[in-house]
Design a protein around this ligand. Structure first.
Ligand code: HEC
Length: 148
């Protein structure tokens, strides 16, 4: 009987400790939630502007036949587009984004053995796809044009 009571007391104490631990963990979860809610998340438009920057640079690279720079810019565009998929997963437009990747892969292929006319065609193909998606998602007023 003595052992029974000892075990009982031990059980009560350890349950109380568990409760305290749970409260402590809950506090940590709550404070992490606040950190996440306040952390910076790039907007769809912010990321699109960055894609646009790399796309304009891609054009300049092509016109000066700086093919290594062009390859770098295509890579940068793909990185930023992947960020849209990660950070803007909740936007329904994001499901359409994959339509751009084949045209970028085509450009990467051309840049392995580049010439001006293939570059220009591949560039226009990408640009048409940007505009096709803007149209499809109701942003037809955002028209990407060739830099002058
Ligand atoms: C999902 C299909 C999609 C594709 C593909 C796409 N865009 Fe966009 N783009 C959008 C949407 C949606 C917006 C509006 C975002 C917002 O809510 O701010 C946008 C906005 C923009 C903006 C305006 C950003 C601002 O806030 O000022 C630019 C510039 C732009 N896109 C450039 C491009 C370029 C360049 C390409 C091709 C390399 C491209 N986009 C491909 C969907 C797309």
């Amino acid at each position: 009987m003595k052992y029974f009571w000892m075990s009982f007391v031990w059980l009560v104490i350890s349950c109380q400790q568990n409760d305290r631990q749970i409260i402590q963990l809950q506090k940590q979860v709550d404070s992490l939630k606040t950190v996440i809610a306040r952390s910076y998340k790039p907007g769809f438009g912010d990321l699109m502007n960055t894609v646009n920057h790399h796309f304009q640079e891609l054009y300049r690279a092509g016109q000066t036949k700086n093919w290594r720079y062009a390859t770098f810019e295509i890579h940068e565009m793909q990185e930023v587009l992947k960020k849209i998929i990660t950070y803007q997963a909740q936007r329904k437009e994001t499901t359409r984004l994959k339509m751009i990747f084949p045209s970028l892969q085509n450009m990467t292929r051309i840049l392995k053995n580049p010439n001006q006319s293939d570059f220009d065609k591949a560039y226009n193909h990408i640009q048409n796809t940007c505009n096709a998606c803007h149209k499809l998602t109701g942003y037809d007023f955002i028209k990407i044009t060739t830099p002058r």
